[in-house]
Design a protein. Structure first.
Length: 87
């Protein structure tokens, strides 16, 4: 199962791994059809930072990513990143 949390309403939704894969494949196909799929490589960690260190949960602006390969992860996006990708 994959657990997804939304930060705006703090509602958790649990879906099966198969359902999550189906949703992701559908979204990817739609983006490819519209030619809107982009690959962004963040080689120097300027766009986001990710860690398995639980102390990150106490840092402002850090969101829980959930379990990845059986380990909890936290991520911090660079301020203004969402607006940058919207353009």
């Amino acid at each position: 199962d994959v657990r997804v949390g939304t930060s705006a309403t703090r509602v958790a939704l649990t879906v099966s791994g198969a359902e999550a894969a189906t949703v992701a494949a559908t979204r990817r196909a739609r983006l490819e059809k519209r030619r809107q799929l982009q690959l962004v490589l963040d080689l120097d960690h300027t766009l986001l930072e990710c860690t398995t260190d639980a102390r990150a949960a106490a840092v402002r602006g850090v969101e829980a990513l959930g379990d990845v390969a059986g380990r909890p992860h936290w991520v911090r996006l660079r301020p203004g990143l969402a607006a940058f990708f919207e353009r």
